[in-house]
Each structure stands twice: as C-alpha cells, then as structure tokens.
Design a protein around this ligand. Structure first.
Ligand SMILES: NC(=O)c1ccc[n+]([C@@H]2O[C@H](COP(=O)([O-])OP(=O)(O)OC[C@H]3O[C@@H](n4cnc5c(N)ncnc54)[C@H](OP(=O)(O)O)[C@@H]3O)[C@@H](O)[C@H]2O)c1
Length: 316
C-alpha cells in the first residue's frame, strides 16, 4: 500500500477542488495521494476523477457525519463552500463548522480553508456607502467565509486560511464576458473604476493550494492570498480585444448600477466590487503575485489564460 499522505478534497468535481485534484494526480512521484469528495461517486465527473487515479469518496458538507468519514485517515483536507448554490451565509457557516469539526475529529494535520475577507472589518454595517444585505452583511459571500475562519481556529485544527481571487473563468461561466451594445461593439462591464482587481485562472487556485500543502509548516495558522495578476478594467478589456480580435470597450458602471442589474446576487456582487474598488490597495496587497508564483510556478497571466480559454467565452 502507498505510504503517500492523503489530501481529502471537498468540491473535487468543481473549479477549486478540481484544480487541486488534477495538480496532485499530475505529480505522480510526489508525497501526496488524493481523495476526491463528491456527493455522487457515480456521476460522470466523479468517474473521470477515478479513472484518472483519484480515490473517490461520497460525502455532503451538509451531512457532518459523512464529512467525518470522508476525512478519516487523511493527512490534509481542502475545505471550500458553495455560496452560489444556495445564497445562504448561515448555511455556509454551518458547512464550515461541520468541516472544521470533522477535520479535528479525524485528526487531520493540515486544513486549507478557502476563505475571503470579512468586509465588515473594513466597512462597518453602519457605513452607508453601500447597503447592508440580509440584515447583517455587506458582502454576504465574503463575510460568511471570513466569519467562518473562527470555526477552524475554535476547532484547534492546523489551518491555512487561503484568500482566493476573482476567477477569470467567470467570463465563461458567470455571464461576465463582454456584451455587444446597441452600437454593435463589445463592452466589458466591471464596476472597478480605474482600480486594479486581483484575478486568477480557477485552475491555478488548486495548484497554489497544492504548493501550500507541500510547505505545510510555513503556513499553518496564517492567512495567505493568491492571484495570477492585478488588472484594471481597461487592461482586461485590452487583453480581451487582442484575444477576441475585435475592439472591446471597458464600461466602468458604478457599483449602485451593478447592484440594480436584477440577477440573483447582483446586490452582493455590486457590494463586492465596491469593496474591491474602495480597498483595492489592501485587497491587492493581500494577494501577492510573486508569492502565488512561488507556490505554483505554472501560474497563468490573464493573456495566457485567454490564449487557451477565449474561445470558451460565450458569444455576446
Ligand atoms: N467565482 C469566483 O470568482 C470566486 C472567487 C473566489 C471565491 N469563490 C467561491 O468559490 C466557492 C465555490 O467554489 P468552486 O467555484 O470551486 O465551486 P464549483 O466549481 O461550483 O464546484 C462545486 C462542486 O462542489 C460540489 N458540491 C456542491 N455542493 C456540495 C455539498 N453540499 N457537499 C459536497 N460537495 C458539494 C459539487 O460536486 P458534486 O456535484 O460532485 O458533489 C460541485 O462540483 C463559492 O463559495 C464562491 O464564493 C468564487
């Protein structure tokens, strides 16, 4: 039997976890084996991971006992929650608590928790530059993750708190690609004014997490942040224009306008971009490119990501 240390990966069929699974599998002679956690071990995505060499185990992060079983015997665990599947910060925090307790009970030696800033530390609820949402949040999908950091500290499990960045893949999967306006020209809408937004290829998050598991003792108990590049909307539009072979105009709508777009979560994302804009220096400083590259030498720039993925951005 292999004596490699097992890394249990929540969200293994998804963006963050999938990147980590593929990174560990690609490192055939490395120190880790990977356990892919899915709710449905018989799904095509789960079978593909098994065929690629992953151990596949069924668990649901809403079911604490199943997570405890899935973490049994693991050295490390990658923990992530799925806000956009339910839009509930309470649920996200309950899931984080369940994973933290499962990691403690299973004796996991190193958790990497995929977190984000609790923006209320920067913008108190009584700061009316942006609306308070759901009664006690500014950016619900950020604040709940930041608040849930405490669950891992309370559980006493050695944890690295990983601040992720805006996925460039949102241009493919989240409807954020350029849109054709009435003038027939492409416009890239982002409420970032002239400030820089840290972004990353979703695949690189898992690769960076792999680097963190490799350098375990350096990071446990610490918050670290990753990004592939820090770019303004103008810079992103220029890269998009080059990749798509036609003019792309940057349209810096105000966050208030974005909040009013009406799709589910538009208010949360409008507040998020306003936070990213107003605290751009702090937000970028928490996500060093150099550090990310040290974890993952294959770290992609936006242009490199576009070279492979521009054709997957849905036509406007
Ligand atoms: N989009 C961005 O720019 C961005 C940036 C930073 C952070 N984030 C955060 O990233 C998180 C989502 O991560 P992701 O993008 O990797 O997700 P994803 O690609 O949507 O993957 C979700 C995977 O997780 C599994 N899953 C869903 N619910 C589950 C549950 N209850 N128990 C166990 N597994 C479950 C599903 O696998 P099965 O169906 O196989 O179970 C699915 O394949 C969100 O909380 C979001 O806020 C997003």
């Amino acid at each position: 039997m292999s004596d490699r240390k097992i890394i249990a990966v929540v969200g293994a069929t998804g963006a963050q976890g999938g990147g980590l699974v593929r990174s560990i599998l690609a490192d055939a002679g490395g120190e880790f084996a990977v356990r892919a956690i899915t709710r449905d071990a018989a799904s095509p995505a789960a079978r593909a991971l098994a065929a690629a060499g992953a151990e596949v185990v069924a668990a649901d992060i809403d079911d604490a006992a199943s997570v405890r079983r899935a973490f049994e015997g693991a050295h490390g665990a990658y923990c992530v929650t799925f806000f956009w599947a339910h839009f509930s910060p309470d649920k996200e925090m309950a899931q984080a608590r369940a994973m933290a307790a499962a990691a403690r009970d299973a004796g996991v030696r190193h958790v990497v928790w995929s977190t984000l800033e609790d923006t209320r530390r920067f913008i108190p609820l009584d700061d009316d530059r942006m609306p308070t949402l759901m009664g006690r949040y500014k950016v619900p999908h950020f604040d709940a993750k930041g608040e849930a950091d405490e669950a891992f500290r309370d559980a006493g499990v050695p944890t690295t708190f990983l601040l992720t960045s805006f996925y460039w893949d949102n241009l493919i999967h989240f409807g954020m690609g350029p849109k054709r306006g009435a003038d027939g020209k492409l416009a890239f809408v982002l409420p970032m004014g002239d400030r820089k937004l840290p972004g990353i290829a979703a695949e690189d998050i898992g690769r960076c997490a792999h680097g963190i598991f490799r350098r375990e003792t350096e990071f446990t108990g610490r918050t670290v942040g990753i990004a592939g590049q820090h770019l303004t909307g103008t810079e992103m539009a220029a890269s998009l224009a080059a990749a798509l072979g036609e003019e792309v105009r940057y349209e810096a709508v105000p966050p208030a306008v974005y909040r009013g777009f009406g799709f589910p979560g538009a208010d949360d994302l409008g507040n998020m971009f306003q936070f990213n804009h107003d605290f751009s220096d702090e937000f970028c400083a928490a996500r060093s490119i150099e550090f990310s590259h040290s974890l993952n030498p294959a770290l992609q720039t936006f242009d490199a990501w576009l070279k492979v993925n521009a054709k997957r951005i849905p036509p406007a």
